[in-house]
Design a protein around this ligand. Structure first.
Ligand code: SGN
Ligand code: CA
Length: 538
């Protein structure tokens, strides 16, 4: 054989091996079996009372409900600290707020914390975040993000991105969804699994619905909650002194959308005036005024004959019309994302979670806002679908928390969770393996006091049967609720002789939980100091 022919043969062999090598490499990046995609949908302040999978007394949310009918509805999901940024920090780190340091909305998030998106990104997931984060800094571990600065605005919102700031004309809930679908459509890498965090601003205060919804919702009337006129008897002082009563603390201008001119004309004293409609384009403003103008004039006419009770009912109705109006847009847009996943053959291998950063009061105890360890704000909606893993239409009453998401997502992705994460993967519950779930109690700790809405510092333990709460700082006292007998939590039975064994047992368990989660008296004091210093500096 001539050396020329040998060279040709050798070259051929080399070429074939290069090509086959490349094929193997391609196969390596195309996963088999594919790791699931994760779509984490979260709204801000979305009360479970306003999701029809839980109750259809107030609103129908057919799209969010699809997640439950195709998957699992959690009836006992709670947060560890019922306020925005702390809840988000717990979700991302899998740690209680006294450990990740984000105890309140005031301090920026400590970005030296390890978050689950960072771990997923390292493990080969493509990661993206759209909407509200509220951390005071940028999220780590995301290939792309477009987030609202701070609380964000309903109309013509500004977004902060890895490439600078941009303002987009339109309605925030629609825009966050447009950005999300644009990413799915144009920048998703098809050879990688993805983590998508889709985070709505709505239905956060001050509740500005989209035009298509305020036209409809301002005509509606809603059933009154049984405890709208709560007198805060039989409880400690914190319920009484909290500043979140609809009659006393909700603003007729800012919240109920009565103009400053009318409020002044009626000689109503309001703490402050902020007109969120100022951001609107002339066209948006004209449509708004066409609907809210007549409401303003009607109120001006009726106000002189209103008493506390009729004013409370009027404010409650105005509150519900706008709050629920913003949820109508969330529901429609959740439907858009679910449809996109289905139409693009993504839904079979995608786990979809819908939740809120905490619960919210919709007039229960006469309140709006959150913060307390009482059910409406302590509990949060949680719906999860995961085709072929979760039996469709399942209801789960185990006590799960926002603390559990990080470890759940890491397990789903087949990645080991760091040992110092404090939650528990929900995967056994999702797969129906209830026998592997052994949690009997959860821990809660709220800090932001003195502060907006004046909810006192407290920590506590909840079991399925009881809730024991310790209020501390400027007052020191305990509350115990019998969750089975007193679902509305109207009677503190801490001093009731019949409950002394329960008190004793729960106090022991609470001490154990504080130890387990590394919370302590020293840390309580440390955070009091930190908070006071921060407030002093402003
Ligand atoms: C704002 C609201 C409060 C709300 C906090 C925290 N006031 O400060 O009513 O409790 O956000 O909400 S507002 O006048 O600015 O609307 S959170 O969801 O971000 O924690
Ligand atoms: Ca919130």
């Amino acid at each position: 054989m001539s050396s020329f022919r040998i060279n040709i043969i050798l070259f051929g062999i080399l070429l074939i091996s290069i090509i086959s090598c490349k094929t193997v490499k391609n196969e390596d990046t195309t996963e088999s079996p594919k790791r699931p995609n994760i779509v984490f949908m979260m709204a801000d302040d979305h009360a479970y009372q306003a999701i029809s999978a839980y109750s259809d007394k107030l609103i129908k949310t057919p799209n969010i409900d699809r997640i439950a009918s195709e998957g699992m509805l959690f009836t006992n999901a709670s947060v560890t600290n019922s306020i925005c940024a702390p809840s988000r920090a717990t979700i991302l780190t899998g740690k209680h707020t006294h450990i990740n340091g984000k105890i309140d909305n005031l301090h920026p998030f400590d970005t030296t914390n390890v978050t689950f998106p960072q771990i997923l990104q390292k493990a080969g997931y493509q990661t993206a975040m759209f909407g509200k984060l509220h951390f005071g800094n940028n999220p780590k571990g995301f290939d792309e993000f477009k987030i609202l600065p701070g609380q964000g605005r309903y109309y013509n919102p500004k977004f902060h991105t890895n490439k600078g700031d941009t303002t987009i004309t339109g309605y925030v809930t629609d825009i966050i969804t447009d950005l999300t679908i644009d990413w799915l459509d144009n920048r998703r890498q098809k050879n990688k699994p993805f983590l998508l965090m889709y985070l709505h601003k709505a239905p956060h205060r001050s509740w500005l619905p989209a035009e298509r919804h305020y036209k409809e919702f301002t005509k509606k009337e809603f059933p009154l909650p049984e405890t709208l006129f709560d007198d805060y008897k039989n409880r400690g002082v914190a319920a009484k002194t909290a500043e979140m009563n609809i009659l006393d603390h909700m603003l007729i201008s800012y919240d109920n959308k009565i103009t400053k001119e009318t409020v002044d004309e009626l000689d109503i004293k309001e703490r402050r005036f902020i007109d969120r409609t100022k951001r609107m384009t002339p066209k948006q403003k004209a449509s708004w005024d066409a609907v809210y103008g007549p409401i303003d004039r009607e109120f001006a006419k009726n106000y002189p004959t209103m008493n506390d009770s009729t004013l409370m009912v009027w404010k409650y109705q105005r509150y519900m019309q706008d709050y629920l109006g913003t949820i109508a847009a969330v529901d429609e847009n959740v439907g858009r994302v679910l449809d996109y996943l289905k139409e693009n053959d993504l839904d079979e291998n995608t786990i979809v979670v819908y939740t809120s950063d905490q619960g919210f009061y919709l007039g229960e105890h006469g309140w709006f806002d959150k913060r307390f360890m009482y059910d409406e704000s302590f509990k949060t909606p949680l719906l999860i679908k995961w085709p072929n893993k979760i039996t469709p239409g399942t209801t789960e009453d185990e006590m799960v928390q926002n603390l559990d998401f990080a470890q759940t997502f890491l397990e789903i992705a087949g990645v080991e969770a760091p040992e110092d994460m404090q939650g528990k993967s929900l995967v056994p519950l999702l797969k129906g393996e209830k026998e592997k779930w052994d949690r009997e109690a959860v821990y809660y700790h709220y800090y932001e006091y003195p502060g907006e809405h004046a909810v006192k510092r407290h920590y506590g333990i909840a079991t399925k049967d009881y809730k024991l709460i310790h209020f501390y700082y400027d007052r020191d006292y305990w509350e115990l609720y019998d969750r089975k007998k007193d679902k509305q939590e109207l009677n503190n039975v801490y001093n009731d002789p019949e409950y002394q064994d329960v008190v004793k047992e729960l106090k022991t368990k609470l001490i154990e939980l504080r130890k387990k989660y590394k919370d302590s008296r020293e840390l309580d004091n440390y955070y009091i100091q930190l908070y006071e210093n921060k407030r002093r500096k402003g």
